[in-house]
Design a protein around this ligand. Sequence first.
Ligand code: C2O
Length: 539
Amino acid sequence: PTTRHYDLVISEGQGWPDGVVRDMLFINGKFPGPLIEANMGDRLVVNVTNKLSKNATTIHWHGLYQNGTNWYDGTTGITQCGIPAGTSFVYNFTLTQFGTYWYHSHYGTQYSDGIFGPLIIHGTAGESDARKLYDRDQIVLVQDWYHDFSTALLVAYLAPDNENTEPIPDNGLINGQAWFNCSSYSADSGYTCYDNNTYTVLTLPADTRTRLRLINTGSFTEFEFSVDNHSLSVIEADSTLVQPHMVHRLPIHVAQRYSVVLNTNQSTGSNYWMRAEMVTFCFTGDNPVLDATTKAVISYSGNDSIVPSESLSKDWGDATIEICQDLDPSLLVPVEQKIPPAATTMWRIDFSFGIGGNQLDRAKVNGTSWTPLMNTTTLMEVNKGVSTGNASLWEVDGQVTEPWGTDQFVVGVGGREVDVVDVLLYSLDEGSHPFHFHGHQFWILETGSGPFDWTSYHENIYTSKSTAVQNVLRRDTLTVEPYGWALIRFVADNPGLWAFHCHITWHMEAGLMAQFVSRAYVLGGTELPADVTALCAAQ
Ligand code: C2O
């Protein structure tokens, strides 16, 4: 194992990823941010310098466990306070896992404006069989894109009497670039659009197998990903390697990752469209400038002047997608079997949207609506509360009382023992929600819509007598369909404060966030690093 150093310098400026000029954010002067790449077992030391004119920032390592380093999880108000403008902060942790991840700002809606990048960790022995399935590796970032700065969109979204009408994207991007039809904007639209904007071109030599590492780095929409004339073999879902499963197109929601192997074995041409189609069925409202299919060119020959034919086969025809779900998790069988132990505790979390105080749109999570703490963090409060023996404040198995009096929904699990926790996440909303759990992978026990069968749950699943609860898929981000539910299980063996939230940036800012505090008694005995607590003192 080695120690790998990276420098990330956050700055603001103007950019035009699809030709339309806008204010945006950059890392090291680039968009998207640089690839961070390491081997399992390595130590990552990342120096983040905030060169923004006034806002703080943080970096979250999406999908990493941060076991023993919860304070480097990068979650504003939960594990750290923001890194003030004009200062630097060093994240320093060991990598105990491998797979496809990404990193992004976890401060407000900043990542929507450009603060993110891919994070790839190579496995040791655990990955060797998967490596026989492909010859080359290629990162493919797929995302929605807006032509306005996120804070302006957020103000409109959260305007009085506006109940959850999310901003509709203006375009999509693949690897930070895409074509846009400049004539969609009239001369007096206020937008400047450079006509020479163009598609991303990926050169994949003929008769090779490429592992496409798909990451949805967007803010709102689910995509269906496909490549004309080619099928795709899914081998990874969020960092879990799975038995190869063939698809023609694959849904990928915000913050999810998949690896698919693409074999360049066609002879009908040399250039093909890669397509990322927004699942517009899952949201209401429309945007006249939006072309819901974002494209990139796959070229066998490297000749990017050949326009791919539109007449190539799309095995799915032109059918639009009318479901807002993940690919059926039962089709993806983990290579490494990990049977979930029986549950020891269970929580139901309901969420919905409604007009709250001051007529503002708020998300409701079991009656609460998250707002980030500004000059302390939930982690610091729990740490203080437990270490001063004030355990009554910290009912570490159960819902945590909030001495600071705001609206945090914090559940204590595994106070003194390790709990195995079931969560029934229940949507009372008409949209689809990609839920992410920090610091863990969870098993997906069941998903559905309508009523939940409590009898069968108590008789079979809770006690794990059910064969359905065997080698089920584990991941860190799953889609809860409209008015649907998901039953997940995790082992609460990772001391820390772990955010559990919808990854749609607009929803998170409306408060769609819960937290789990795991092993609070372990945390209470831990001294937080001085540089982490200093961030809060600097607010
Ligand atoms: Cu990708 Cu809470 O984060």
